[in-house]
Design a protein around this ligand. Structure first.
Ligand code: AQP
Length: 336
């Protein structure tokens, strides 16, 4: 029996952080045996916001190295760089011409990011969800791991595939594109900012202190946790909307320590911040140590890593070229 295919990716927009790991990559690692997994470094998405050309390639390779350092296995998963497979851009254009503008104007992430950019907001940012749809649909993905923030984008990809491509150019018996289903990630993996428990931890937050990067050295982790926002209340608890920071830090502790919530409460419910913060910092340092050791080894063998990415690209291209041909043919293009 063929395994269901899963596709996901992270943008190389900066150093990967705890949220990217706990909310995405850690789950990917668990899917590798049961699913046919494709993971890409979505560098085309990274230029939808202003970017530094000196950093893009560096961040792309470092993101790929972190995938492997976190446990992605090249013998089980196909890892590749999005811009290396030109069908992503091509399918994006074809889908662009089929997608109503008002579907994109409704996207919450666009509205939020556009506000931050004012007059500089690019067409690419508006188009981000169509490129994401192209990424997913190219690989006939059965499932796409999505957090709350990406649900709307996946729904758009499903609508484009179903309403704009399959029903216009295909038939029920012979659909052109596979309509993917969401793979809902379990609760608790959403990591919030260290400086604001109501905002998600993010690479693009200008405040470095708001996040723990996977490659932060131990002293820096200790410092960031020490400075993390707290509240004046004694004791720690989960899920109190009045105490988002307490809930977030306790949640991070529960995930990195691997303890059930009740055990975490038994240990920490009556602790003050002064006792809890060093405990959390130690747990983070110890959890990230093997990732950092693996990363150092992988990045020291860059040529090998680039070779593996080339193999990933070839495998990805094999699948993507078949899909793009199906779409081109269905839309009536002259054969190349
Ligand atoms: N704080 C988070 N908690 C849980 N999951 C998170 N993800 C990101 N932040 C958190 C998950 O990581 C995957 C890849 O994210 P991305 O880099 O492609 O885009 P993003 O979601 O926009 O992440 P950032 O860090 O906020 O990047 P910037 O600042 O560049 O936009 C996704 O599966 C996401 O859910």
């Amino acid at each position: 029996m063929t395994k269901p295919r899963v596709l996901s990716g992270v943008q190389p927009t900066g150093s990967l952080h705890l949220g990217n790991w706990l909310g995405a990559i850690k789950n990917w690692v668990e899917l590798q045996d049961s699913h046919d997994t494709f993971f890409c470094v979505v560098d085309l998405h990274a230029i939808t916001v202003p970017h530094d050309p000196h950093e893009l390639a560096k961040n792309t390779i470092s993101t790929a190295a972190l995938y492997y350092a976190c446990g992605i296995d090249s013998s089980k998963s196909t890892v590749f760089v999005q811009s290396h497979v030109s069908s992503h851009s091509e399918l994006c254009w074809l889908l662009d011409c089929l997608t109503p503008l008002n579907w994109l104007e409704r996207m919450i992430q666009f509205k939020e990011k556009a506000v931050k950019q004012g007059d500089n907001v690019s067409v690419g940012l508006l188009n981000y969800p169509v490129l994401m749809a192209a990424d997913i649909l190219l690989y006939d993905a059965d499932l796409v791991p999505v957090g709350e923030d990406q649900k709307q984008h996946l729904e758009l990809a499903r609508n484009i595939a179903q309403q704009r491509v399959n029903s216009r150019f295909g038939s029920e018996e012979k659909p052109i594109l596979k309509v993917p289903e969401p793979l809902i990630i379990k609760e608790g993996a959403r990591v919030m900012s260290l400086t604001d428990g109501t905002a998600k931890m993010s690479k693009s937050d200008p405040n470095e202190g708001s996040r723990i990067n996977l490659l932060d050295p131990p002293e820096l982790i200790v410092k960031k946790i020490k400075r993390a926002k707290t509240d004046p209340m004694i004791g720690l608890e989960f899920d109190n909307p009045e105490r988002p920071e307490a809930s977030n830090l306790l949640n991070i502790y529960a995930i990195v320590s691997g303890l059930e919530r009740q055990l975490v409460l038994n240990e920490c419910a009556s602790m003050g911040w002064g006792k809890f913060k060093p405990l959390l910092a130690d747990a983070l340092v110890e959890t990230l140590r093997p990732v950092q050791t693996n990363y150092a080894e992988i990045i020291a063998n860059k040529t090998e890593l680039i070779d593996i990415l080339k193999q990933g690209r070839e495998k990805a291209e094999e699948v993507a070229s078949k899909t793009i041909k199906r779409v081109r043919d269905a839309m009536g293009f002259l054969e190349a």
